[in-house]
Design a protein around this ligand. Structure first.
Ligand code: KIV
Length: 253
């Protein structure tokens, strides 16, 4: 799809019923995100999520969605060492995932290489990586200064070299997202990274306007416009495909 210039649509999913609906709509990929710690469990960040939580929800989603590319998040500290990463990735692949996602840059180089050598496809995640919220001092846009931007481009190239087959960029300026997307041959999907990436991902609760608290700037309530969940998901996909979502108002400078 990247080579053809076709935009990729993806969304988080945590249960069989929504996953089935997204699958029927033709969603290109689904993520069992550790965002479940916030939107399902009500925590203020993703740190309390365990590998057992992700494995359980991956099983649920896989039962509902048989067609989609299913990515499962490796939660906080579940890939702190290579051995841990292998054992925990196995749990998610055995639960039905096709790929696991890890947050971070070049410190993960040999872990990613080891996973790929052991037949585990890997998705990277750079920018506002929520597992590092305590290092960032809050959920803040990343990569705004020149030094940070250059470092992020270098990390992205290292991740591709290590073997990641997909990269998520979260909450970074459009210009930086474009530089990274252009620099890589693998597909790059964004959340709060403008419409310059190869595709988009949203947390399903944000896309349907059911998250409690403030709606993130980068999201849009597709249910409000349609009044029907299937139609909302189709609208999300068609707006991504047409390059209409995200607009300037959802993006960062
Ligand atoms: O956990 C999650 O839902 C994510 C997305 C925001 C990309 O990592």
């Amino acid at each position: 799809m990247k080579d053809a210039g076709d935009k990729i649509s993806s969304i988080t999913a945590y249960d069989a019923s929504f996953a089935h609906l997204f699958d029927e709509a033709g969603m290109h990929a689904m993520l069992v995100g550790d965002s479940l710690g916030m939107v399902l469990q009500g925590h203020s960040d993703t740190l309390p999520v365990t590998i057992e939580d992700i494995a359980y929800h991956t099983q649920c989603v896989r039962r509902g969605a048989t067609k989609t590319l299913l990515i499962a998040d490796m939660p906080f500290m579940s890939y702190a060492s290579e051995q841990q990463a292998y054992m925990n990735a196995a749990k998610l692949m055995q639960a039905g995932a096709n790929m696991v996602k890890v947050e971070g840059g070049d410190w993960l180089f040999s872990t990613i290489q080891g996973l790929v050598e052991r037949s585990v496809p890997v998705c990277g995640h750079l920018g506002l990586t929520p597992q590092s919220v305590n290092v960032f001092g809050g959920f803040k846009v990343q990569g705004r200064d020149d030094k940070q931007a250059k470092e992020m481009i270098a990390h992205a190239k290292q991740l591709e070299l290590a073997g990641v087959q997909l990269l998520v960029l979260e909450c970074i300026p459009n210009e930086l997202a474009k530089a990274i997307t252009d620099a890589l041959t693998i597909p790059v999907i964004g959340i709060g990274a403008g419409n310059v990436t190869d595709g988009q991902i949203l947390v399903m609760h944000d896309a349907l306007g059911v998250s409690f608290g403030k709606m993130p700037k980068f999201s849009r309530n597709f249910l409000a416009q349609t009044g029907d969940i299937s139609k909302a998901i189709q609208l999300y996909m068609s707006e991504v495909s047409a390059g209409n979502f995200p607009g300037d108002e959802h993006s960062f400078k």
